[in-house]
Ligand binder design. Structure first.
Ligand code: GTP
Length: 206
């Protein structure tokens, strides 16, 4: 059984709870409590593998909200960074959040490593008549930050949201496996070094 921890981050009103509740219940409710942190749990199966999914929906982050961000950024195995396509400020904040994730978690990866899994999500695409962020611009930001990108409407569509979570979870599973393999490899390397040091020294003194 794999445990996967995801955090949803984004500005107040970007639609984090709407996206998450749509994924969990297939429903759009409209109004969501926004003054507290919420942790959701779900068991599901992807590619025949059983997963325990934990999803953290913290109360809103402002662009100055570094201290609010720190906890989920340290905790999660993967991120869904949400902005509203009709609110440019929420997009600028999403860019800021991507930068903070990279700053905090970038140290875990070396050159050539797999990046921490993130999906940048442009929500409320049903509000395209008041669009303030083009798909091209957001896609370019996602590319720059090596993350997935998807525009969705929590109000109108379940499938795209389900697909983006599935894609992200696959990526998280790969990433966790990669990190575990690397830890095992560096563990056996240091063991080999230790053995070499001990027996190497002995051989010298014989
Ligand atoms: N038209 C439209 N409205 C949406 C969509 N998603 C969310 N909303 C509305 O946007 C508002 C904010 O949504 P929330 O899900 O509460 O946003 P949030 O990011 O969780 O906000 P906080 O909890 O305050 O951080 C609500 O009134 C939702 O009904 C969408 O896809 N389309």
């Amino acid at each position: 059984m794999n445990d996967i921890k995801l955090a949803l981050l984004g500005s107040k009103g970007a639609g984090k709870s709407a996206v998450l509740v749509r994924f969990l219940t297939k429903r759009f409710i409209g109004e969501y409590a926004s003054n507290s942190n919420s942790l959701y749990r779900k068991r599901l199966s992807i590619d025949g593998r059983q997963l325990n999914l934990e999803m953290f929906d913290p109360c809103s982050q402002t662009s100055e909200g570094r201290c609010i961000l720190e906890e989920p950024v340290e905790w999660a195995d993967g991120f869904v960074v949400v902005y509203n396509i009709s609110d440019r400020m929420s997009f600028l904040n999403a860019k800021n959040i991507l930068r903070q994730i990279k700053e905090t978690r970038g140290g875990e990866t070396c050159k050539g490593d797999v990046d921490i899994p993130i999906c940048l999500v442009g929500n409320s695409k049903d509000l395209c008549h008041s669009r303030q962020v083009s798909e091209e611009e957001a896609r370019a930001v996602a590319l720059e930050n090596k993350c997935h990108f998807q525009e969705v409407s929590a109000a109108e569509d379940y499938l795209e949201i389900a697909n983006l979570f599935t894609k992200l979870m696959r990526h998280v599973m790969e990433h966790l496996k990669y990190r575990a393999d690397r830890r095992r490899y560096s563990g056996s390397k240091s063991m080999a070094k230790l053995i070499n040091n001990v027996f190497g020294k002995r051989r010298k003194s014989v």
